[in-house]
Design a protein around this ligand. Structure first.
Ligand SMILES: *Cc1c(COP(=O)(O)O)cnc(C)c1O
Length: 477
């Protein structure tokens, strides 16, 4: 006998599956003709939730209908072609299929022997991506993570273990000098968070000034490291970003690698978004030097458009993850003893873990690596088109990058006027016609930010964005 409330009856399941198909297809059919972003109203949402009778449970149709309405009316639609946002993609169909299969089969990626298929698919993907970054296949190792933040946290921890193998036992041992790490103000803030939660504290983070083009100033890096050493600190990590979040800036990776080598520091490249350039032969030169990284953060849930929650940490030091996360335990399955395999839980911050890699695997299995390269090149070209469209209409382009994120400002506004940039971005968002954001760059320039994030966005959407921008600019002027 099944459990009619948990498994549901076969008849109820069949009705549910066909409802789900209609919901997903209906969403994808209509999303482009609706608002990109909803009006924000937390009270209504809380009242709607409080009004549900969950003591006795709802019917399937009522429960699913509640979720469908909420998801349709109360979120920013990243599947919308005029969502020019923070790298959050329109999900690939094969990614959605994979997440459904993973939920249903529920593989456990802690011990290898519990899910050999899942573990080997992820191993395969880590190696395929690592090769494209330019690593030697025999040296590649890595692990899937919840996202770039966890991958960056992993990088800080592995760099600490690399610097001092007593870190796991003793923690951050200030008696032997405080560790310091180096990044630019354009780097992702998850690295500062990683510094604090790994026991280093924010004080370990040294902000290296940037040049006029917002890239790490190498002279400043060398000087900072030298003065820290003279003061008794222990420089252990330098982070280069390949595609900063605000402005798509790519740090001088090769030159940073030279400094890291000379100083015995771990070199981490945060390529959460921009790392996708390495998947195209034409675009790979943009991230040249990534092959010199000791470790790389890459997010498949950004440019590769798989559904949320698909970060990767990739390294060319095959022993470092076990050195950092290996454990002794009595209860984990031992079925794979003697096989040449790795238990994922000895490799990651997480223990029980979802099979994240399948959504990337099935996406690539159907699209093919060649098509991924075409996608990367197409979006880079659209970024150039958006830059031209905006500058022709009198907007000032303020970032220099070949990646498809455009930072721009109203030439009549003060460069440092965040409120002016905010009010234009908010006016576009409130119009429902497109989604863009505002930001402040490391040089203090406030600007609007539009990033090509949807694989279906085309030139007509760029023109629509420019029109929406022009109309709010004239209205607020
Ligand atoms: C998005 C991003 C992150 C954070 O990744 P999450 O997947 O959001 O955890 C880190 N670094 C860069 C450069 C990013 O673009």
């Amino acid at each position: 006998m099944g459990d009619d409330r948990l498994r549901l009856t076969e008849e109820a399941r069949n009705a549910l599956w066909s409802d789900l198909i209609e919901i997903v297809e209906g969403h994808w059919r209509s999303v482009d003709s609706g608002r990109v972003a909803p009006p924000l109203d937390p009270d209504t949402l809380r009242n709607d939730l409080a009004a549900l009778d969950l003591l006795n449970g709802l019917g399937v149709a009522d429960a699913v209908g509640f979720a469908r309405r909420g998801l349709t009316d109360q979120q920013v639609h990243t599947a919308h072609r005029r969502y020019f946002g923070l790298f959050n993609p329109s999900p690939t169909t094969m990614g959605v299929a994979a997440d459904t299969l993973v939920a249903a089969f529920n593989p456990q990626l802690a011990a290898w022997s519990h899910s050999p298929f899942a573990a080997e698919v992820e191993r395969y993907l880590v190696r395929e991506i690592g090769v494209r970054f330019g690593f030697e296949i025999a040296e590649i190792d890595g692990v899937f993570a919840s996202g770039g933040a966890e991958a960056n946290h992993t990088a800080v921890l592995t760099a600490l273990v690399n610097a001092d193998d007593r870190y796991r036992q003793r923690g951050v041992d200030t008696a032997s000098g405080a560790f310091t790490m180096y990044l630019t103000p354009e780097a992702h803030d998850s690295l500062r968070k990683a510094a604090s939660i790994s026991g280093l504290g924010f004080r370990a983070v040294r902000e290296v000034p940037v040049t006029k083009s917002l890239r790490m100033d190498l002279e400043a890096l060398r000087n900072l490291v030298a003065s820290d050493r003279a003061a008794g600190f222990r420089p252990f990590l330098v982070v280069g970003t390949a595609g900063t979040t605000s402005a798509g800036i790519i740090d001088p990776l090769t030159e940073i690698a030279d400094v890291a080598n000379a100083e015995g520091m771990w070199f981490h490249v945060d390529a959460a978004w921009g790392g996708a350039a390495a998947l195209s032969d034409a675009a790979r030169p943009l991230v040249a030097g990534i092959e010199r990284a000791d470790s790389v953060t890459f997010d498949a849930h950004k440019w590769l458009s798989v559904p949320m929650g698909a970060g990767m940490y990739v390294t060319r030091h095959p022993e470092i993850l076990t050195a950092t996360f290996g454990t002794e335990d009595a209860y984990m399955p031992r079925d794979a003893a003697g096989l040449d395999v790795v238990d994922p839980f000895r490799h990651s911050i997480q223990w029980s873990r979802r099979f994240t890699g399948l959504k990337l695997f099935l996406t690539i299995a159907v699209a093919g690596w060649h098509h991924i390269a075409v996608l990367v090149e197409k979006e880079i070209a659209l970024g150039q088109t958006l830059r031209s469209i905006l500058s022709e209409r009198g907007w000032r382009i303020v970032n220099q990058t070949q990646l498809p994120v455009v930072c721009f400002a109203d030439p009549d506004a003060e460069p440092s006027d965040r409120a002016a940039a905010d009010s234009l971005a908010q006016a576009v968002v409130k119009s429902g016609k497109a989604w863009i954001s505002s930001t402040v760059l490391a040089n203090g320039d406030a600007c609007l930010r539009a990033c090509i994030t949807n694989f279906e966005t085309d030139e007509s959407d760029l023109v629509a964005l420019a029109e929406a921008l022009d109309s709010v600019r004239h209205r607020t002027a």
